[in-house]
Design a protein around this ligand. Structure first.
Ligand code: 4NP
Length: 161
């Protein structure tokens, strides 16, 4: 079993979407018993909450269901995870700060380091305080990036064999 966790600030917009999109890909490929997916926030404001309504609406429009409940990422979570994907640079900075040791830090990457259309800026922009367009932009980024993450996980876990 390989376990990947997406991490944003609140765990109600960006990381729940990434979780939902990757879960759907993994289910469609019959890899649900090989790849475990979760998400968390660096903050604790939304612990126990469902994803933001606006993010749910955008996901549902594309046939993706979001089933996560808000949780705060804890330093010891690193030990249970194989890959920790930060949705933006500030999330990455917090994760680097709380990471228990250099070995665990090797599990950390920026989500958009897998984005086939990424330029210099590797942030998934925080849509929380903006308008509806922000959620659509986030969806497009996540939708084109998750298949690349799945490819990576397959090579890591020899899931092609
Ligand atoms: P997320 O968006 O990090 O993509 O879940 C946010 C959600 C809530 C807050 C900030 C960002 N907040 O400040 O409550």
């Amino acid at each position: 079993m390989i376990h990947v966790c997406f991490v944003c600030l609140g765990n109600i917009c960006r990381s729940p979407l990434a979780q939902g999109v990757l879960e759907q890909l993994v289910t469609n490929e019959g890899l649900g018993d090989r790849i475990q997916i979760s998400s968390a926030g660096t903050g604790n404001w939304h612990v126990g909450s469902p994803p933001d309504n606006r993010m749910q609406k955008t996901a549902n429009k594309y046939g993706v269901q979001l089933n996560s409940r808000g949780q705060q990422f804890q330093p010891e979570d690193f030990f249970e995870l194989d890959l920790v994907l930060a949705m933006d640079y500030s999330n990455l900075a917090v994760l680097e700060e709380i990471c228990p040791n250099p070995k665990e830090a090797e599990k950390l990457r920026l989500f958009r380091s897998f984005d086939p259309e990424a330029g210099g800026d590797l942030d998934v922009p925080d849509p929380y305080y903006g308008g509806g367009k922000g959620f659509e932009i986030v969806y497009q980024m996540v939708d084109r990036t998750c298949p690349k993450i799945l490819e990576f996980l397959k090579t890591q876990a020899n899931l092609n064999a």
